[in-house]
Design a protein around this ligand. Structure first.
Ligand code: NAI
Length: 290
């Protein structure tokens, strides 16, 4: 089984920047790509400060931190991925946009390359279907934030080969992650269970049953979750939560997955959560005491 030496990450937002950091810290040459140069600039800054934090906490030596930063390159040019062993897609959660990218990646990537998606819910089989290499397409679903969270959920499409699975699993384990494996059905394991809970928290707020603070405190202290569901939704991004609910609703065909109108309205209003400074909570004010 070939060892991964070079990696491409497409999408340099919350997830892509963290995945790129993991690769660089674990000795892999990484190209980080985004269509938006400002997103790349933000990613470069956030990775540098994240690595600096690891150095100051003595979790990484200064030399290892400097080498990791030296292994990272940033560009808007997808063609740079022509020699990557593994390409991980972490762009917007839209099937049409992801398919368009997979079509392009299939043309650019070398024949042996694996194309992985960090999608939270979209069918790997359908993403694979637009490529000429469905055996080499797989879901590699990191949790947020990727450098910290210990889990990677690997999703096998209908045609994903054992070799692709083994290389992807080895890569996740090299990053120090525990791997779980899901069949390719809407929402996989984690979001199939998590997102209906978050959606239900929105319904609880929408129907006036409780305040946002009481909903979050209830779930934190009542069920020992580290974060309340509405806080977690802000952390994930309300646009990402809404996209996942739409995939669950369409894919599983049950009205219980219909997105809460309040979640839809917040996204329409641009209240996307922490990344925009406002979601369920307003982050321009002192942090909510929950
Ligand atoms: P984000 O909104 O922070 O970043 C997405 C980035 O992709 C943006 O910088 C955007 O400019 C870029 N982009 C969009 N279309 C592009 C294209 N065609 N080519 C190149 N770059 C493009 O989103 P986030 O939160 O990082 O999510 C990315 C993916 O990861 C989604 O599929 C999401 O479902 C998944 N995910 C998100 C988690 C979360 O907690 N936010 C957790 C696990 C997975």
């Amino acid at each position: 089984m070939a060892d991964t030496k070079s990696m491409g990450v497409v999408g340099s937002g919350q997830m892509g920047s963290g995945i790129a950091q993991l690769g660089a810290v674990h000795g892999i040459d990484v190209w980080l790509i985004d269509s938006d140069p400002d997103a790349l600039a933000r990613a470069s800054k956030s990775i540098s400060s994240s690595i600096q934090r690891l150095v100051s906490k003595a979790q990484l030596s200064q030399a290892a931190g400097t080498s990791a930063l030296g292994r990272l390159r940033f560009t808007t040019n997808l063609e740079e991925l022509c020699s990557a062993d593994v390409i991980i897609e972490a762009i917007v959660e839209s099937e049409d946009v992801k398919k368009k990218l997979f079509l392009e990646l299939d043309k650019i990537a070398k024949r042996s390359a694996i194309l992985a998606s960090n999608t939270s819910s979209i069918s790997i089989t359908r993403l694979a279907s637009v490529t000429s290499r469905p055996r080499q397409v797989i879901g590699m679903h990191f949790m947020n934030p990727p450098p910290i969270m210990k889990l990677v959920e690997i999703v096998r499409g209908a045609d994903t080969s054992d070799e692709t699975f083994n290389v992807t699993k080895a890569l996740a384990e090299r990053f120090g992650k525990t791997v779980i494996c899901s069949q390719d059905y809407s929402g996989f394991i984690v979001n199939r269970i998590l997102m209906p809970m978050i959606n239900e928290a929105f319904f609880t707020l929408f129907t006036g049953i409780a305040t946002k603070e009481d909903i979050d405190t209830g779930m934190k202290l009542g069920t020992n979750h580290p974060m309340g569901p509405l806080q977690l939704a802000d952390f994930i991004g309300l646009d990402v939560c809404l996209s996942i609910m739409k995939v669950l609703h369409a894919g599983l065909g049950d009205s219980k997955y219909a997105p809460c109108p309040l979640l839809v309205q917040y996204v329409d209003a641009g209240r996307l959560g922490r990344k925009r400074g406002i979601g369920v909570y307003d982050y321009s004010k002192p942090s909510p005491r929950l």
